[in-house]
Design a protein around this ligand. Structure first.
Ligand code: WT7
Length: 635
């Protein structure tokens, strides 16, 4: 039996028990047998969750790109590492072999070096889903620079906040991007962001849409000529196990976005291990994760996890609806995809369309289907299972977070029996605790509580960039010596887990994690707005949509309100991005508040969900009369 590849339920239980009984030797064997180390570790794990401080494989030396690329050159040099499928189906797909990937990463790494980027420097990457995106991550990792990818749907303000938070020296972007039948002026957004980013010295610009764009002298450089001139080989910089690999921002319930810091060795081992098992990847399979590399899902399961296993990974530039709703299935047929990993919001959107969009394509290559980002509802699960998997492909409902680095709770195909809406069982090495409100761990089955992890795992984020205290406070202060996820969960009579959703002020819209506070801050910048509160409400396709309650400084006419609704969404788009736009905006004269002045979101949530039969106790409110007004005006 190998710890690395679980093949049936009995093995899962054996491996799981071992991982709990002796985590160090469990993770030691996996690291020893499956990766390339320049120096062995001195200690597998050292930790103190009260600080919190965690180090995995301390003392080891390695470069993650040697593991993801170089070591495959002997055995898989001509194998396709990345299949790039462009936005427009009439444009040819690109197959990049491991050898070619090696050369492209080396050239890119040399361009970075030639522009003064050194180990530990931060590089912001703001690119569409084109090969340069994956290559730029790996090029940074090759020389020990810390990449900070910002999803190319974020606004200029959101981009500049992230660049400044980690003082990036360089931005890598493109002249623009394609999205369905639209083009987006990415470089224009970067120019606007950089008006307030003093740390940025160089902007490398990839050509994608061949648009005429202004280039700022001495700062902006076209990427391709630099790559052409650069040397084709580049020695990897040898890193310590705990050197930061990347920063990735995630929104919190309050304050500015949190730059989650992931380190090298633990992240590599964990993403590779979970990729292998959750997707049961076999040599020559074609794996496709539809996420954008701007999110953790793309980092871990388009780039690092698959490449560390020598896999073939698909990078898709387009959207599920262009040129029509059959696009995903056309790509599955074209590249004979074996494992397909997407988000419930995409499944729900496709399930609304005619069935022939999927029936017209040969989906027989599919073996395993995955879901990630939010709970998958029963209806969507069945649609996915019946029409895409033809009842023949296990569905892995994978629960995890930006902070966890890799998948934490998920079925293992062919081992774990699946049940719709259940993420099922923790992966080996993941020790879960459900906690009650008094801070006691709930033992036994058939309980529900706050989802915590009580033992370190290799891919956990180590800190928030520049603010370790915020890291401790956010994740390790609610329950002593435990990582608190912010989610609620239940454990059924068989020990299966079902994630019940966020228990904090984070709302998941179309699989995107949005904090209420930053959206409220943006709205409040509108000169006519006095105060606002955002809550989520159920939405067919997005899972949740946003409902804003807004108090105006002066109550105007309805006509004025229509413009205001547009302006409010405009401000949100500028500050955060279109994903955070409100579906409903209700103007009101007050918000329900406690005597200490805290907005009672529970009440607003009920109104937004149209569940007002039992409002609970509102007598303790400062202004109970406002509740009726809001109920009467609800949209
Ligand atoms: C939050 C993390 C992990 C990559 C994508 C999102 C929710 C994620 C599931 C799932 C129920 C899920 C949780 C979690 N979530 N996967 N399978 N079932 N909820 O990463 O943006 O950091 O969001 O997404 O609420 O805390 P993220």
């Amino acid at each position: 039996m190998s710890n690395y590849h679980i093949k049936n339920l009995e093995e899962y239980f054996q491996v799981y028990r071992k991982s709990v009984r002796d985590p160090e030797s469990f993770w030691e064997e996996i690291a020893e047998e499956n990766f390339m180390w320049r120096k062995r570790w001195d200690k597998v794990l050292e930790y103190d969750l009260s600080k919190p401080e965690v180090s995995w494989y301390k003392g080891a030396k390695l470069n993650i790109t040697e593991n993801c690329i170089d070591r495959h050159l002997y055995t898989r040099g001509d194998k396709t590492a990345i299949i790039f499928e462009p936005n427009d189906p009439s444009e040819e797909a690109e197959h990049i072999s491991y050898k070619q990937l090696h050369e492209r990463v080396c050239r890119f790494a040399n361009v970075l070096k030639n522009h003064g980027i050194e180990k530990g420097d931060r590089v912001c990457i703001y690119l569409p889903m084109i090969p340069e995106l994956a290559v730029s991550l790996l090029a940074c990792a090759r020389i020990g620079a810390i990449h900070s990818v910002v999803f190319a749907g974020f606004s200029a303000t959101a981009l500049s906040t992230r660049i400044n938070d980690s003082d990036c020296k360089m931005v890598i972007t493109s002249d623009g991007s394609y999205r369905g039948n639209k083009t987006i002026d990415l470089k224009g957004i970067v120019d606007e962001a950089l008006e307030s980013c003093p740390s940025v010295q160089t902007v490398l610009v990839a050509k994608r849409i061949n648009s005429e764009i202004p280039m700022k002298t001495n700062r902006d450089k076209w990427l391709q000529p630099l790559l052409d001139e650069a040397y084709h080989d580049c020695e990897p910089v040898i890193m310590d196990a705990e050197d930061p690999l990347f920063i990735l921002y995630t929104s919190g319930s309050t304050g500015k976005p949190k730059g989650m810091v992931h380190t090298t060795a633990g992240y590599m081992v964990y993403t590779a291990y979970t990729f292998k098992n959750v997707f049961q990847y076999r040599e020559n399979d074609v794996f496709w994760c539809t996420a954008d590399i701007g999110w953790i899902t793309g980092h871990s399961y388009i780039v690092y996890g698959p490449l560390a296993n020598g896999a073939t990974t698909v990078m898709f530039e387009g959207v599920p609806s262009y040129p029509d709703f059959g696009r995903f299935w056309q790509v599955v047929e074209k590249h004979k995809v074996n494992q397909f990993y997407t988000a419930p919001t995409a499944i729900r959107a496709l399930a609304k369309e005619r069935l022939d969009f999927s029936e017209n394509y040969d989906l027989s290559s599919l073996k395993i289907l995955g879901s990630v980002g939010e709970p998958i509802n029963e209806e969507a699960w069945h649609w996915y299972n019946d029409n895409i998997g033809k009842k023949n492909c296990p569905i892995v409902d994978t629960w995890w977070q930006t902070e966890t680095g890799g998948i934490m709770i998920s079925p293992i195909p062919y081992s774990t029996p699946t049940i719709p809406t259940y993420a099922t069982l923790p992966l080996p090495g993941v020790q879960i605790a459900l906690m009650d409100e008094n801070g006691e761990e709930l033992k036994g089955n058939q309980v529900s509580g706050r989802l915590c992890i009580k033992f370190p795992w290799p891919a956990m984020a180590r800190t928030i960039w520049g603010n370790h205290e915020r890291y401790r406070e956010t994740y390790f202060s609610a329950f002593e010596n435990k990582y608190f996820t912010g989610d609620g969960a239940l454990r059924d009579s068989t020990g299966y887990y079902r994630i019940t959703g966020r228990v904090d002020d984070v709302i998941i819209v179309s699989g995107h994690n949005l904090g209420t506070a930053p959206i409220e801050d943006a709205i409040n910048e509108h000169p006519a707005v006095a105060e606002s509160a955002i809550v989520g409400f159920p939405h067919d396709v997005k899972g949740n949509a946003l409902y804003g309650f807004v108090i105006l400084k002066e109550i105007g006419e309805t006509r004025v309100h229509e413009n205001l609704r547009k302006e409010i969404n405009q401000i949100i788009t500028e500050h955060i991005g279109p994903i955070a736009k409100l579906d409903k905006i209700q103007f009101t004269t007050g918000l329900p508040k406690t005597r200490s002045g805290k907005i009672m979101r529970r009440i607003l949530r009920k109104i937004a969900e149209k569940d007002t039969n039992n409002m609970g106790d509102i007598s303790t409110l400062l202004n109970p009369e406002v509740v009726q007004e809001i109920m009467d005006g609800a949209i």
